[in-house]
Ligand binder design. Structure first.
Ligand code: G6D
Length: 342
């Protein structure tokens, strides 16, 4: 039987939705986030497929952004500096005192959103809203982030809507850590990944995006490939990023194929298909495991993968890419769909 339940802990609400088809999700107003997500495997076992820290405090404040929506921008802004309409803006360098990461220390991942629920026979919308006042970037931004959870199939979509009263940078995503084995029985090195992406952004030793390059053998996921096949190649494992932490860019999104990524696990037979309106996706293979526990155990390197659909990180400081600058009163609207099969 499908169900919707709400639990409040202090000012934070946790909205639990079971769709009666084999998907159970708990959303939180804190960071408009995915707190828990369970789907069935090929034996109909409902198991957790995302990483959620044991400690609520870790979930709220970890700089690993577990399940959080990220904004005003995703990824790193080089030296925490960018220009909008010819004026320079200095952001807080919350990553290694070097760059500004994921909206900075006051990013929306750490804000408590208002919410409302709208339900019909086919799906339920959980609509998160937040007004971010002008600070280090220009403009007050009204965010509306809607999770649409289907009652008919194991699928949900996040619709990202935003509008600013001044020209500003906006680049929103979700930062869930996926492990399809179920209750993180193993790393994701045996998971197979397919990316409909012909290009990627190389990274420098401080993990800032450099030039866009055609995928090479190590970065090529245009056919299903085990994540662990090339991840220990010195080209990436000996680099500062220690694994995949790159933005992959698709050639052109065709009208009837918005699939950007497919992730499969051989153990559980679970499959996640990611569809999006965004032109690119950052794949982060948990190379820097956060110092938290899950089910009482420390998490290890490569125990999950983040699939963060977004505009190219640091695009605002790059040439010939979308800078993700939105004009005053221009409507920001993008979506990410997560479709689960088993
Ligand atoms: C590390 O470089 C990675 C980022 O891509 C990730 O988003 C963050 O950890 C949580 O800084």
């Amino acid at each position: 039987m499908k169900s919707i339940n709400i639990k409040k802990i202090d000012d934070v609400s946790f909205i639990s939705i079971v769709n009666n088809k084999g998907l159970s999700i708990v959303l939180s107003t804190f960071g408009a986030s995915i707190f828990q997500l369970e789907t069935i495997d090929h034996l109909n076992r409902l198991e957790s497929i995302v990483l959620t820290p044991d400690s609520l405090n870790d979930f709220y404040y970890s700089d690993a952004y577990f399940g959080k929506c990220v904004g005003r921008f995703s990824g790193r802004i080089n030296n925490g500096v960018c220009k909008i309409d010819g004026k320079q803006y200095v952001l807080d360098k919350n990553w290694n005192d070097m760059h500004s990461l994921h909206g900075g220390k006051d990013g929306i991942s750490f804000k408590n959103f208002d919410y409302e629920i709208k339900e019909n026979k086919e799906y339920v919308d959980v609509i998160f809203k937040y007004l971010e006042l002008e600070d280090l970037l220009p403009g007050d931004v009204n965010y509306k982030i809607t999770y649409r959870i289907s009652f008919l199939k194991n699928e949900f979509t996040i619709f990202f809507n935003a509008i600013s009263n001044k020209d500003t940078l906006i680049n929103l995503t979700n930062h869930a850590y996926f492990n399809l084995s179920g209750n993180i029985k193993k790393t994701i090195l045996d998971h197979k990944l397919k990316l409909n992406c012909d290009y990627y952004t190389d990274l420098d030793e401080t993990l800032i995006t450099k030039e866009i390059k055609p995928v090479d053998k190590i970065m090529d996921f245009r056919r299903f490939k085990k994540i662990g096949k090339d991840i220990f190649n010195p080209q990436i494992h000996d680099a500062a990023y220690k694994g995949y932490d790159h933005c992959f860019i698709r050639q052109n999104k065709s009208k009837n194929n918005d699939v950007i990524a497919i992730l499969k696990d051989p153990l559980s037979k679970r499959k996640l298909t990611v569809k999006t309106s965004y032109p690119s996706i950052v794949c982060y293979t948990c190379n820097y495991p956060a110092n938290i526990t899950i089910n009482g155990n420390k998490i290890n390197q490569h125990q999950s993968i983040c699939l963060e659909c977004q505009y190219i990180p640091n695009g605002i400081n790059m040439e010939n890419v979308n800078k993700a600058i939105f004009k005053a009163n221009e409507i920001y609207e993008e979506y990410i769909t997560y479709q689960f099969d088993n």
